[in-house]
Design a protein. Structure first.
Length: 137
């Protein structure tokens, strides 16, 4: 059996179990059987993915309580971060709205700005942004 990279195992844990090949699912099962802490972490990750995919923000508080009760410091850090703006996280996990298209536009503008850094003035940047918005860039 060849050694697996952290990236392989992380990918297997974060993907939906139905999307794993039989071989990958068996390898993941073997790895999780050898490391109980990783098995518990994988369970919490899958539960959080279910909250996200099924828009179950109302269950976030109980998920955080379960994670905090477990001895997994890395996930404790994650839940602490969620707690800094818990209302926004619950809303994001509950509502059907997405800021994805806006983020895409922001990323495109940032890319254009980086391409021109130190080479042109604001007028040219403005022109390129407007052309990109029309789909001609």
């Amino acid at each position: 059996m060849s050694p697996f990279s952290v990236r392989d195992v992380t990918s297997w844990i974060t993907r939906h179990p139905d999307s794993l090949s039989t071989d990958q699912a068996q390898q993941l099962k073997d790895i999780l059987a050898r490391c109980p802490a990783l098995d518990r972490a994988a369970g919490h990750v899958r539960a959080f993915a279910e909250l996200m995919n099924n828009r179950q923000g109302r269950r976030l508080h109980s998920w955080i309580a379960l994670v905090q009760a477990d001895d997994l410091p890395a996930l404790h850090t994650f839940t602490t971060g969620l707690g800094h703006d818990l209302d926004a996280v619950v809303a994001g996990l509950s509502m059907p709205y997405s800021s994805g298209p806006i983020e895409g536009h922001n990323n495109k503008i940032k890319m254009l700005k980086r391409q021109m850094f130190g080479r042109a003035n604001f007028d040219l940047l403005r022109k390129r942004v407007l052309l990109a918005a029309r789909g001609r860039s």
